[in-house]
Design a protein around this ligand. Structure first.
Ligand SMILES: Nc1ncnc2c1ncn2[C@@H]1O[C@H](COP(=O)(O)OP(=O)(O)OP(=O)(O)O)[C@@H](O)[C@H]1O
Length: 492
């Protein structure tokens, strides 16, 4: 396994301090024990609760070494070669005395053949120790390891149920394995048990529960919202060009297979007039492709994690990668990356983090960014090549308005057969999708109050009462259109 190989290489190269950031302490300790056994080196583990104990032999813990200062002094004095795992040492790195002792040990490591391993869920190494340390990562289980893990859980279930076998078709099994990717061994096993142990079968509803549980495990800081409410493109009027464009990219994203020489699609920026269906389209990408929709909440990112904004953005992007294939919806992206606000420096760094991720990402995380306010969009974001395409969402034309009327009438009225949709669509020229929907809702209330069934006249009356945005904000929309003409492609 590559984890073995990488860590062994660091030990053999006499790197004095190896830093491992992980939540899987037991797995890391087991791995280190196996490596040291192969290298015929003693291995010790220290924690403040258990003191120092030797792992490759059954010695009682040395409680007198339970304080951080004592254990470091002890290691400094020991002349035999050994590997010392210090678990959760991170709070003690604030003390200059501890840092100096670690440096003393590191300076003599070539002679004494000591290796220190700092093992914590998160650890910032002090600058004095940078030169002496290297980071190692525990990789997450591969698809074949996950397959083996699911088979093991299925065997466990069989043993408890007089040898019956777990019911799962190959497709459901494959989906379960891909839903578990990005999790640690322990978490993957727990979720596989949850899926299998309730009824001895792997079903579609298990898969959804696994996705939700996985998201909750991964997104503990809450910057990403898992959107249960997705949509279908059959609920979106217009957007013909976008629908066709997306259809061509569906397989490379949902199968997670890069299509050489193009690679996995990056995503799109939808910008345009308010209420014309940008958010609805973002939801429809996920719903139509049947993959999870994660919304990146810039408000939470800035407010809740003041001072840790980029770190949390990076973690959220990692979470999205672990949930891949998925759609990452950056709603009103201009609010998150606008560089002319009061906290300019943070927004710049957030923008930089996002652009670097977009340029380097390999996983099938399809970003759908939406924006209204072009004035607030930094030019770097709309430069060619950042997104696969920038689509302009304009007010719907006659045929899109007809489709929108049809969709909303069918949703609320069962069908719309008795209603003259083409005439209503031409009366509502300049209306956004949201305004058309609102007209139908108001007409429906008005008909209901008069004990009438909804008809063309009631809706026409509501249209006549509405002053659409295209009138009240005519100048702004004209400016938006001229800006978009040079930089974007129409989505209809
Ligand atoms: N093309 C459309 N087809 C069907 N319904 C639409 C369409 N456009 C808008 N709507 C209706 O209007 C509602 C609001 O639209 P949506 O929030 O998607 O617009 P938006 O462009 O994202 O607006 P904003 O920029 O204000 O967030 C949708 O939930 C939907 O009910």
């Amino acid at each position: 396994m590559s984890d073995h190989y990488d860590i062994e290489l660091l030990i053999k190269s006499h790197i004095p301090i190896i830093v491992i950031e992980t939540h899987e302490e037991l797995r890391a300790v087991e791995l280190l024990t196996q490596i040291t056994r192969r290298l015929a080196r003693p291995v010790f583990k220290w924690s403040v609760t258990e003191g120092l104990r030797r792992l490759d032999q059954d010695y009682a813990p040395q409680r007198h070494n339970s304080q951080p200062l004592d254990v470091l002094q002890h290691i400094k004095a020991v002349s035999l070669p050994g590997l010392f795992i210090l678990a959760d040492f991170h709070p003690y790195l604030e003390d200059p005395l501890h840092v100096r002792l670690l440096k003393d040990i590191a300076l003599t490591c070539e002679v004494r053949k000591h290796t220190l391993v700092l093992l914590s869920h998160h650890l910032d190494i002090p600058p004095e120790l940078h030169k002496f340390s290297a980071r190692a990562v525990l990789t997450l289980p591969s698809p074949s390891e996950l397959h083996a893990l699911v088979r093991e859980v299925a065997r466990e279930w069989s043993l408890h149920h007089s040898g019956q076998s777990v019911k799962a078709d190959p497709e459901a099994l494959q989906m379960l394995v891909s839903n578990l990717s990005g999790l640690t061994y322990r978490d993957a096993k727990r979720l596989a048990r949850n899926a299998i142990f309730n009824d001895g079968a792997i079903t579609q509803s298990d898969l959804q529960r696994v996705m939700k549980a996985k998201y909750e495990l991964l997104n503990q800081k809450g910057v990403l919202a898992f959107e249960y409410d997705t949509a279908r493109f059959s609920e979106v009027g217009g957007f013909k060009r976008l629908k066709h464009w997306l259809e061509q990219r569906r397989r490379p994203v949902t199968d997670g297979l890069p299509s050489p020489p193009l690679g996995v699609p990056k995503g799109i920026l939808l910008l345009g007039v308010q209420g014309c269906g940008k958010s609805l389209a973002a939801k429809a990408v996920a719903g139509t492709w049947a993959i999870p929709l994660l919304r990146l909440d810039f408000g939470t990112l800035y407010n809740k994690f003041f001072g840790e904004t980029e770190r949390n953005l990076r973690e959220s992007l990692k979470t999205a990668e672990a949930m891949a294939p998925c759609v990452l919806w950056a709603d009103e992206i201009e609010k998150g990356v606008s560089t002319d606000g009061s906290d300019n420096a943070t927004s710049r760094r957030v923008l930089g983090t996002l652009l670097t991720w977009l340029a380097e990402k390999k996983k099938p995380v399809f970003i759908v960014a939406t924006a209204n306010d072009i004035e607030a969009l930094p030019p770097e974001l709309v430069r060619k090549g950042r997104f696969d395409e920038i689509f302009f969402v304009d007010l719907p034309d006659q045929s899109a308005r007809e489709a929108i009327f049809r969709i909303h009438l069918v949703n609320r009225n069962g069908d719309g057969a008795a209603i003259d949709i083409p005439s209503l669509a031409s009366m509502s020229e300049g209306f956004s999708g949201a305004e058309i929907e609102q007209v139908i809702v108001s007409a429906y209330y008005s008909a209901h109050a008069q004990n009438l069934t909804l008809n063309t006249q009631t809706i026409a009356a509501e249209i006549a009462l509405t002053r659409p945005l295209s009138v009240t904000m005519a100048e702004k929309i004209a400016y938006l259109r001229s800006w978009a003409a040079e930089r974007t492609v129409p989505c209809d």
